[in-house]
Design a protein around this ligand. Structure first.
Ligand SMILES: C[S@@+](CC[C@H](N)C(=O)[O-])C[C@H]1O[C@@H](n2cnc3c(N)ncnc32)[C@H](O)[C@@H]1O
Length: 271
């Protein structure tokens, strides 16, 4: 079994995605989507950004490595009556079956960053985008003090070392790495631009309940708790993450959660 696929099928990202819907809609509203535009949403999960893209009239294909999330996305598209949106399984490192120059816009929000072989990922995203089209990525930033970078850092500290040759997904949050990958894929460096933006995790319960959702449904955190448990350190990990979630909650009503997290927004104009 592909370990990348296994990691994301292990949990149920739909349970986390529920806390990200409003920020997803806001991000999509700024993408300049017009009716009939052809959009690929890569590492789409259950469609947090793909649904609003389709609601703006784009023809949207969602591609994700996790079969359970593809199924959830297709269910959500049907429930929303969106005939212009479909989801299929695929790997951002190898988009075989998708023709060159197929899309006006490729969007990947915290998606393709998790695929192995980042140089192949950049090459594939460029290949399927038409000349003059755009790629927009959202990537978490290593060392950033906000929620997701800290969850991933803490989770890694309790997990066994990754296999030899593993390239951390967080390297997609470093501008120099992103430049290098897209330049290698044939994009002039001047066609890349970067901005720091915010996603807010909103949950109708206290921060500890959102942490429970991560512990139960988010593959990287599930693995960290398994590894920590095997070393008798699950309590320590729980305390560390609980302090993080509580400390970052900006909601005036402490019975609910609103945690902002900073990410790197990458825009690439394909030559
Ligand atoms: C953090 S979730 C984000 C999902 C979605 N973009 C969103 O904003 O809700 C990461 C997603 O990337 C997908 N993913 C991980 N590796 C992938 C790969 N190699 N190819 C395609 N999708 C991948 C996972 O299955 C998961 O749905």
């Amino acid at each position: 079994m592909n370990p990348n696929k296994a990691l994301w099928e292990k949990g149920d990202f739909t349970r986390i995605a529920q806390s990200m819907r409003r920020s997803g809609e806001a991000l999509v509203a700024g993408l300049g989507i017009t009716p009939g535009m052809k959009v690929l949403d890569l590492g789409c999960g259950d469609g947090t950004t793909a649904l609003p893209e389709a609601q703006l009239g784009a023809d949207v294909l969602g591609v994700d490595i996790a079969a359970n999330l593809v199924e959830a996305g297709n269910r959500r598209a049907a429930e929303a009556g969106l005939a212009n949106l479909s989801f299929q399984e695929g790997d951002a490192s190898n988009l075989e079956g998708i023709a060159d120059n197929s899309f006006d816009l490729v969007v990947s929000i915290f998606g393709a960053m998790f695929a192995p072989r980042p140089f192949d990922v950049a090459k594939e995203m460029v290949r399927v985008t038409r000349p003059g089209g755009r790629i927009v990525m959202g990537n978490w930033i290593p060392g950033d003090p906000t929620l997701v970078a800290q969850i991933l850092k803490t989770s890694a500290a309790y997990s066994p070392p990754p296999p030899e040759g593993f390239i951390s997904p967080m390297t997609w949050g470093v501008e120099a790495n992103v430049n290098e990958r897209f330049v290698a894929a044939g994009v002039p460096v001047g066609n890349l631009s970067f901005a720091r933006e915010t996603y807010t995790f909103e949950y109708p319960q206290p921060p500890a309940a959102l942490l429970d959702a991560f512990r139960t449904f988010y593959g990287p955190t599930m693995n960290a708790f398994e590894a920590a448990g095997a070393n008798g350190r699950a309590g320590e990990l729980q305390d560390e993450l609980e302090a993080l979630f509580k400390g970052q909650n900006q909601s005036a009503d402490k019975g609910i959660t609103a945690i902002p997290a900073t990410f790197l927004k990458v825009t690439v104009v394909v030559a």
